[in-house]
Each structure stands twice: as structure tokens, then as C-alpha cells.
Design a protein around this ligand. Sequence first.
Ligand code: COA
Length: 262
Amino acid sequence: MTIGMIHHSITPLGIANVIIDNPSKKNAMSFDMWKQLLDVVGQLSENQAIRVIVIQGYGVEAFCSGADISQFSEVRTESNSARFDELTRLTTQQISQSAKPTIAAIRGYCLGGGLNLALSCDIRISASDAKFSLPPARLGIAYPGYALTNLVNVVGEQAAKYLLFSARRISASNALQIGLVTSVVDVDSFAAEVEGLACDIAVNSPLSIKAAKVGLGLLGGSNDQLDDPKFVGLVEKCYTSEDYKEGTAAFQEKREPNFKGT
Ligand code: COA
């Protein structure tokens, strides 16, 4: 069994390419990988030489299939789920609040926490083979409040409900229609297009881009109302539920889940 990791390289133009590398699990993010990503983006954000950060999955099959479900019984239990949610919140916030512009370059599956990760980037560019979904309702977990904010800020409440309630997978062209991605590019020209976009950003004025990013961030939605005890209680209840056990077991046993709402 290979252990997933985050690694990166930097081009002479100051483009940092960050890779989510866990191909045997379709680039799922382990607890350790969330920590690594937090550190890497933190370091790159402080580095004067960096002009733009591009995040992508290893290979062509997946950007990221979400959090590593095989670890849920250890790292996402009733007693420690808050720690898990806090780590993913900090990591995605490190990306969304980075002083550098960020691009999610998406091929293949972009699911759950992986989609949340993409949503924390400034720009999402998708290959035509990309597939998107939000499967928490297939696992019996609640999408965290901060992630709901990211989602609604990008696609609006209607598309957010469609994705979260149905857990349906949507294509790259559907994702473009609902504004989830900024553009869709044929797989053959995808790498060149990502590089071209990163180069265009890298040669532009960093101060101008930073001002635009901070200003647009101030205009965006806030998390304020998500401290509401009713909502917090609903999120916690999922972790103690039979449905959560059933959802994760069904995934691991490769069968349909049978949810009872308890
Ligand atoms: N966590 C842990 N393992 C994962 C994973 C995840 N998020 N996503 C995929 N894997 C593992 C599978 O368990 C499988 O492992 P195995 O080879 O030991 O059986 C391997 O990756 C390949 O996945 P598989 O399901 O066989 O491939 P597929 O092409 O039929 O389907 C996915 C790919 C990504 C659509 C499917 O694996 C899936 O739905 N993953 C879960 C997505 C999810 O619910 N994410 C939300 C987590 S918050």
C-alpha cells in the first residue's frame, strides 16, 4: 500500500505546481496530506518568488476523490471529528486566503472534500473528462459549514442543493453551466492551457492581483451564521449516527448504503 503525499515543484517563472499524489485511492486526501498541504501552501504563500500556485492531482484519473474514507473510523469519529473539520477548514482557508493567486487544474474525479479543495482556489479550470460530485449524503456525514459557504459563493444555493441532496455526478460541461468551473478544455490541450493561464497570471502585476484578490474576498459571503447551535448540532449528530457507520461500511464493502435517518 502506497502512502499518499503532497509534493511540489517551482518553475523559473515562479509557478508552483502542487500535486495531490495518492493514485491508488484516486488521490484521496489522508489526514497527513491535509497537514502537508496546509504547510506547503503556507510556505509558498510566504515565498516572494512565487507568482501563482497551481494545484492538481497526480495522473489523469482524478484531481482528488475527497478525504480518505478508509481513515474515517480513526480520524473522523464522534470524539475527534471537530479536529478533522478544523484541519480541512484551515487548509482550504490557507488556499483561499493565500496572498498568491491559486488555480485548481481538474482532470477526472473531483469529489467531496476534493471539490471543496478546488472551490477554495481562485480559478477552476477543468478538462473535458472531469466529473464532479458532493457525496456526503452517500456517507451519512454533513458538509462542514465553511465548505457550504465556499460552495454557495461559487454556484449559488440552488445548484448547491442539487449537488448535496442528490449526490449525483455531473460532467465538466454541466459544471461549466452552473459556474462551478471557469472553463473546460479538451484533454489533449489541457496541460498547455493550464500552463498558459499560469504564465499569463505569473507575468502580471502581483500587487494588482493581490489587491483584486483581497478586495473580492471582502465582497464575498461570510461564515457568520454557521455558528448557529442548531446547525452545529446537526453536523455533530451525523458523526454519532447509524447512517454514518452504514455509509462508510457500504463504501468499503462496495455495496449500496441503506440509510434509516438515525
Ligand atoms: N477514500 C479512500 N479510498 C478511496 C477513495 C476515498 N475517498 N476513493 C477511492 N478510493 C479507493 C477505493 O476504495 C479503491 O480501493 P481498492 O482498490 O483498495 O478497492 C480505489 O480507490 C479505486 O476506487 P474504485 O472505487 O475501485 O474505482 P472506481 O473507478 O470504480 O470509482 C470513485 C472511483 C472515485 C468514483 C469511487 O472510488 C468513489 O466514489 N470514491 C469515494 C468518493 C467519496 O465519497 N468521496 C467523499 C469523501 S469525503
